[in-house]
Design a protein around this ligand. Structure first.
Ligand code: SF4
Length: 304
């Protein structure tokens, strides 16, 4: 079992699901080959007890967070690519934002960026292998910080990296997810205008149209600041498709707050939105908030 929930729940997963043989959190993917080898070795020696021991040992290592907290830079060695045309490149891991409903900062740790040099080397390698579309990935790609600047010593901003990937010969489309409005700069819109291979699409999650709810969510921007970013995109030379995420029924969300979200949807005129009912996540600050919205009401808001 892999991923954020594995990272957070750790050993408890073995209690709940004894048939699970390996738990590896998102911080420890690099250790997977050794863990699988250990698991296999354990199994061949003494099927059940030894395998179980390997799980426990692996788990102690993978749930440690210390190495991640000092690690400002990271490299990915393993990327599964099943589509012959489109491939993903992770450019940044972790998140420093701490939205009050989200487990990611606790499971993925602090932000660490890859060097622009290594991202570009991977993009060129992918182009050589025949890939034509690249999607740059990160919990918050907009806060990308080139750790070294490479041989030139000039550190690239996210917009500069985006443009450079778009200029790799053979690459015909470049997308990126996910953006955080707080760090979304106008230079990203300028890059989309200037480099035709960058897709004319931005996914910019707003979550709520109410400043009161945005504040309770600890999203670090106001409705006005969000709409300013939308205005940059609407004034671009290219017609940029805009999509978003919305959470309805956050604790304490009043009918007026919800009406502000609906009004924002009308005002922006998104091409598409992913909409969700708020659901509490273990160990997140919003768990302690009063005024839970009844599920029926959340469903009604979601439907509207
Ligand atoms: S920015 Fe995204 S990943 Fe980071 S805490 Fe907020 S919702 Fe979670």
């Amino acid at each position: 079992m892999l991923g954020c929930v594995a990272q957070q729940e750790g050993e408890k997963i073995f209690e709940r699901a004894p048939h699970v043989s390996l738990v590896c959190g998102s911080a420890s993917y690099r250790k997977l080959p050794q863990m699988l080898a250990q698991l296999e070795a354990g199994k061949s020696e003494a099927p059940n007890p030894a395998a179980r021991k390997v799980q426990a040992e692996s788990l102690i290592r993978i749930t440690g967070l210390d190495d991640r907290e000092t690690d400002k830079c990271f490299e990915t060695e393993f990327t599964a690519r099943t589509n012959p045309h489109r491939g993903y490149i992770t450019i940044i891991e972790g998140c420093d934002k701490f939205c009050s409903y989200c487990v990611v900062p606790f499971t993925r740790g602090k932000e660490r960026s890859r060097t622009a040099e290594s991202v570009l080397a991977e993009a060129r390698q992918m182009a050589d292998l025949g890939y034509t579309e690249i999607q740059l990935l990160g919990q918050n790609v907009n806060s990308y910080k080139d750790p070294t600047g490479g041989s030139s010593g000039k550190k690239k901003t996210f917009a500069e990296l985006l443009a450079a990937v778009g200029e790799v010969p053979g690459i015909r489309r470049v997308r990126f997810t996910t953006s955080h409005p707080r760090d979304f700069g106008r230079d990203i819109v300028d890059a989309i205008d200037a480099v035709p291979t960058l897709c004319d699409h931005v996914h910019l999650p707003v979550q709520s149209g109410s400043d009161r709810v945005l504040n309770a969510m600890q999203r670090l921007y106001t409705r006005e600041q969000y709409l300013e970013r939308i205005a940059w995109m609407k004034s671009a030379k290219r017609e940029i498709s805009i999509t978003s995420d919305i959470i309805v029924g956050f604790p304490g969300e009043t009918e007026e707050d919800f009406a502000e979200t609906l009004a924002l949807l009308d005002e922006v005129g998104y091409d598409s939105v992913f909409t969700f009912k708020y659901s509490p996540r273990p160990n997140t600050p919003s768990l302690a908030l009063d005024d839970a919205i009844p599920d029926q009401e959340k469903s009604r808001r979601l439907k509207r």
